[in-house]
Design a protein around this ligand. Structure first.
Ligand SMILES: Cc1ncc(C[n+]2csc(CCOP(=O)(O)OP(=O)(O)O)c2C)c(N)n1
Ligand SMILES: [Mg+2]
Length: 413
């Protein structure tokens, strides 16, 4: 879809490369997919073969003019849509402020979800409150849906005395037990197979509890992805397996993970229904996730979803994306921006206005600033206080092994 990869041949094998590099004209083939293209099969009887067109096409509800239509229209209420818009804006403004904190030395590291805000927020809204979430660092938005406060999230990013993981994790590698949000893993990909295992456990216990997990396009090249899909295909637990194809894995183009092929069709030979979804279309994401949740509740097993989107910002605060891709590439993404698209839909249907949007953004910015001020009353990066060093040794082992005990005594903590 993004043109031919300029692959290199190297002694009899191929090294896929990005279609375009810095200094070259950014370009994506225009999308021809419409909200009318695809039917909504019955989740209780659907087979993987029934989704072959859904895996090679693109599920959309919102067209380029903000009009919602088609078999996948979820018919959410205006209040639900405004709630989704509010949370997406909350995440973007939170990210902007936190990035500024990182640039001024107040956080050690940060990662934004820029351009991908719809994913975690709409998909978590489509689930039940007690469903398990196995995210990557690019889905912090789930926590807003599950009610985590910004103060608590900032405490974590600083690693101060109120950090719920006591400074043991990198910033943005959140854990939120109360929201069934499982700790983000620094080694990418591990969560995919863990999620399948937890879904099997839920089914074994007879609970109507589904598990959703996300993996990046790059990380999907790891064995973890295939172990997870294979287990999901055989044991058919209530799991929703999402590949977030945001075109890049740091400086590595998605072609390096897939050879230029689509990610959604990979699940079909495993016998798992699979959809490719417009990842900047809040309504389409919500609807497909709801479908997968219905299928899980019906005991029909896993659903696989490729979420087609674009990582609009740099990979993290440590990255300069202009070194490896055309600087304005994100402006050419055919899927546009997820916040603009939902906002335009609400304005088109008379349920929102530009004035309300400006007021909302201002209110959210004030909330984030106030949350940061409150968080630093529990310690800042430069001066602490921080969790005591003794926490290196606590809350990991039920019975502390002798060699850990010995190390603790050596440290005098
Ligand atoms: C096992 C492992 N290998 C490499 C890394 C370094 N690393 C962190 S994020 C990342 C890129 C992941 O890209 P992708 O899976 O596409 O996710 P995205 O950042 O685009 O959301 C890499 C290579 C890591 N953390 N863990
Ligand atoms: Mg990626």
């Amino acid at each position: 879809m993004t043109g031919e990869a300029q692959d290199g041949r190297l002694d009899g094998f191929t090294v896929p490369d990005a279609p375009r590099r810095p200094g070259e004209q950014a370009h994506f083939e225009p999308w021809t997919f419409t909200p009318q293209d695809l039917n909504r099969p019955d989740p209780k009887t659907c087979t993987s073969a029934d989704t072959s067109e859904h895996a090679s096409g693109l599920v959309r509800v919102l067209d380029d003019d903000g009009i919602a239509s088609g078999a996948w229209h979820p018919n959410l209420s205006p209040d639900e849509l405004r709630q989704g818009l509010e949370m997406m804006c909350r995440l973007r403004i939170f990210d902007d402020r936190m990035m500024k904190m990182q640039r001024t030395g107040k956080l050690s590291f940060y990662m934004r979800s820029l351009g991908e805000e719809a994913i975690a927020i709409s998909q978590t809204m489509a689930l039940q409150e007690h469903d398990w979430l196995f995210p990557t660092y690019r889905q912090p938005g789930c926590q807003f849906v599950r009610g985590r406060s910004m103060v608590s999230m900032i405490n974590h990013c600083i690693g101060n005395v109120e950090d719920n993981v006591k400074g043991r994790q990198m910033p943005v590698h959140y854990t939120y037990r109360e929201g069934h949000y499982i700790s983000v893993s620094s080694p990418v990909g591990t969560q995919f197979s863990q999620a399948v295992g937890v879904a099997m456990a839920s089914a074994y216990k007879g609970e109507d509890q589904a598990t959703i997990t996300w993996i990046g396009d790059g990380a999907s090249a790891e064995g973890d992805y295939h172990y997870a899909v294979n287990f999901a295909s055989i044991f058919k637990p209530p799991v929703i397996l999402c590949v977030v194809n945001n075109q890049w894995a740091i400086s590595t183009h998605r072609h390096f993970a897939s050879g230029g092929n689509n990610f959604a069709t990979r699940a079909l030979p495993y016998g798992i229904p699979s959809f490719r979804v417009d990842g900047n279309d809040f309504l389409a994401l919500y609807s497909v996730t709801k479908w997968a949740r219905e299928r899980a509740s019906a005991g029909m097993g896993a659903t696989h979803i490729e979420i087609l989107t674009y990582r609009a910002g740099a990979h993290s605060s440590s990255d300069d994306a202009s070194l490896y891709r055309p600087a304005d590439e994100h402006e050419h993404w055919p899927g546009g921006d997820p916040i603009d698209r939902l906002k335009n839909h609400l304005i088109t249907t008379g349920e929102w206005s530009e004035e309300k949007q400006i007021a909302l953004e201002q209110q959210l910015d004030e909330e984030v600033v106030a949350a940061y001020k409150e968080a630093v009353t529990h310690g800042d990066l430069a001066n602490g206080p921080w969790p005591p060093a003794s926490t290196i040794f606590t809350e990991v082992y039920e019975e502390v092994p002798w060699h850990i005990q010995e190390q603790r005594e050596e440290l005098g903590k």
